[in-house]
Design a binder for this molecule. Structure first.
Ligand SMILES: CC(C)(COP(=O)(O)OP(=O)(O)OC[C@H]1O[C@@H](n2cnc3c(N)ncnc32)[C@H](O)[C@@H]1OP(=O)(O)O)[C@@H](O)C(=O)NCCC(=O)NCCS
Length: 174
């Protein structure tokens, strides 16, 4: 299968925060943002693989800033690394100031999707070729994150998570 670039999977969803989507403080409800991120990331993984994709895990979510009612929210998703059947998707969330138009990064997340056939069996996906410095950095770190996710899910023995262990050993030796 021919390799694809992360930019080919870029997915950008822009939408408002409406009254039915907020918590009692009139800020965007976390579950609503998770759903928007899942949708954008799913489209992104589908663009990379050109297959049906399912969310396998949510590896990391940081709600760094609240998003007030009426905000214009942009969710940007891009595949950072493709493995055999799974893909890591990095999502950045931006909030736009209505008056200045300036965008501030509010949140980020990392989801894992698996490409499947019509019966739900995992199928292979094309490899990915990172181009920018940020894409290369995210590509390199993705294997460690995959190992951590599998260890936490009880699908990999900690001893087999070699790249993840190497990170801790490197920290100890500093
Ligand atoms: C995701 C799913 C297809 C994985 O099936 P599985 O039987 O575990 O398949 P495998 O063991 O072959 O794993 C498939 C890939 O997923 C990866 N994977 C599975 N669980 C993972 C996890 N928790 N974190 C990261 N990667 C994971 C595996 O490492 C493997 O990746 P690779 O082929 O790129 O190396 C299956 O669990 C499923 O269908 N889950 C439900 C998905 C769904 O409905 N999501 C919406 C929730 S409402």
């Amino acid at each position: 299968m021919e390799a694809r670039y992360p930019s080919e999977s870029l997915t950008v969803l822009t939408d408002l925060v409406l009254p039915g989507e907020t918590n009692p403080l009139n800020n965007l409800f976390g579950g609503e943002l998770l759903a928007r991120m899942d949708r954008a990331a799913g489209i992104s993984a589908g663009r990379h693989s050109r297959r049906i994709v399912v969310t396998a895990s949510v590896n990391h979510v940081a709600f760094n800033k609240s998003v007030p009612l009426g905000s214009v929210v942009t969710v940007e998703a891009k595949v950072s690394r493709a493995f055999r059947t799974s893909m890591e998707v990095v999502i950045d969330v931006w909030v736009e100031d209505r008056q200045s138009g300036e965008k501030t990064k509010a949140n980020e997340a990392i989801y894992t999707f698996v490409a499947v056939n019509e019966t739900g069996t995992p199928v292979s996906v094309p490899p990915i070729k990172p181009q920018t410095e940020l894409e290369k950095k995210r590509f390199d770190a993705a294997l460690r994150r995959k190992q951590l996710s599998l260890v936490l899910a009880g699908k990999m023995k900690p001893d087999d998570a070699t790249e993840l262990k190497a990170l801790f050993v490197a920290q100890e030796n500093k």
